[in-house]
Design a protein around this ligand. Structure first.
Ligand code: SF4
Ligand code: SF4
Length: 386
């Protein structure tokens, strides 16, 4: 039997004994010993910083435990980093670290990234993203760990190992990528390019408590009870989708990965996994966000097929919608909207639907969850009957 490419460990709470669980999880891949004498970067998910119990960020207790394991195994240094949405400055990063309760992770050989330099990357084998900006601190690492949080995502259905690597793009330039790749197929290819360019040495998913509902920032924590690790982020995401009761075709990056041959239709059934069985962690009533739109209806067809697809798009497409009572008028959505589709009127956002590219950045960055993903009644009905 071949060695597992994916490992699952049952883990129910963020207590110090997660260290033991993490050790079980990463040992089948040769970690933490692999870190001896190396400089390791841990790319966490910080979004815009939030207290850990909100399930927005990779939990600091896990990040601390992993850093300690790496140092104890002889790592030369460990740097913990991300480029949250917004300004990529030292003061903003430190604000986000503080909100996310990451300060206790630091020690003599463990640091929270303070290098805000950016560089230009070039990727010859990219599907779409041949040149891009990235956060330069990653160049100083010999090994890279992608340490994400399992969450729902308004635009991409789910945020896990592949989507987490979008945080290697500096926060201020992320909106530009939404404009360059406005449809989900291209956006997915771009995300897969970023993942393939960095190809992390290990992917770990914090799925002790995931986020459901209005993710990735304003949903609710939902207990799942496991940690997942693997060396292939697409396969890791396949399992994550299965656990939160999504099919691969519900997650654009997975659907596109299959079209590109990165996974096969039967990959989930044929994966060699170690540890616990992922099927034991499936949450059948996980509150997901349906994102089916341009990808699902992108097939060929004659004029009738095209007309049907146009009508279907209108009746199925999700869109951002403001809950005015909840809105505090902070204008964050106005500032992050890459399409300049939002204006502020009487301290409330007004969305110009003709300009909106449905990137859901406004929903992602609204600090009080007032910007929701609105799904049409037909889309709700179809997803219920799936
Ligand atoms: S209104 Fe929201 S979803 Fe539409 S383009 Fe702006 S940020 Fe994206
Ligand atoms: S970000 Fe949220 S709270 Fe702030 S103005 Fe927009 S909808 Fe209102």
């Amino acid at each position: 039997m071949s060695a597992p490419t994916l490992y699952i460990e049952k883990c129910d709470s963020y207590t110090p004994d997660v260290k033991e669980s993490l050790l079980h999880l990463i040992r089948p891949f040769g970690w933490p010993e692999k870190a001896a004498g190396k400089r390791v970067a841990i790319k966490v998910n910080l979004l815009h910083g939030a207290s850990p119990e909100k399930a927005v960020v990779t939990h600091p207790v896990l990040v601390k435990a992993l850093s300690e394991l790496l140092v104890e195994a002889g790592a030369e240094s460990v740097v913990i980093g991300d480029s949250p949405g917004g300004l990529y400055t030292v003061s903003y990063l430190n604000h986000v670290y503080k909100l996310s309760q990451l300060l206790p992770c630091e020690s003599e050989r463990v640091h929270l990234n303070q290098n805000v330099e950016t560089r230009e990357g070039h990727y010859e084998n990219a599907y779409l993203l041949h040149s891009f900006s990235y956060t330069a601190y990653l160049d100083d690492a010999d090994l890279l760990i992608d340490f994400c949080k399992l969450k729902t995502h308004g635009m991409m259905g789910m945020s896990a190992a592949v989507k987490n690597m979008f945080g290697t793009i500096p926060g201020t330039t992320k909106p530009e990528y939404h404009m360059r790749f406005p449809n989900k197929t291209d956006f997915s290819k771009m995300l897969l390019d970023i993942y393939r360019y960095w190809h992390p040495d290990l992917c770990i998913v914090d799925a002790i408590d995931g986020m459901e509902g209005n993710g990735p920032s304003q949903g609710l924590p939902r207990h799942i009870g496991c940690l997942i690790a693997g060396t292939n982020a697409v396969e890791v995401d396949l399992v994550c989708a299965g656990i939160i009761n999504l099919k691969p075709e519900d997650v654009p990056t997975l659907e596109v990965a299959e079209q590109l041959g990165l996974i096969q239709a039967d990959t989930l059934d044929t994966l060699t996994t170690g540890g616990a069985d992922w099927r034991d962690f499936v949450v059948r009533d996980y509150q997901n966000v349906a994102v089916k739109s341009d990808i699902a209806f992108a097939g060929k067809g004659g004029p009738i097929g095209r007309a049907f697809r146009s009508i279907a798009r209108i009746f199925l497409k999700s869109r951002p919608q403001v809950r005015k009572k909840q809105c505090i008028g902070c204008a964050k959505c106005f500032q992050v909207c890459p399409a300049r589709a939002i204006t502020m009127k009487d301290k409330k956002p007004v969305i110009d639907r003709s300009q909106c590219i449905k990137c859901f950045c406004c929903q992602e960055f609204c600090p009080v969850g007032a910007m929701k993903v609105h799904r049409t009644p037909l889309a709700k009905l179809l997803s219920k009957n799936k």
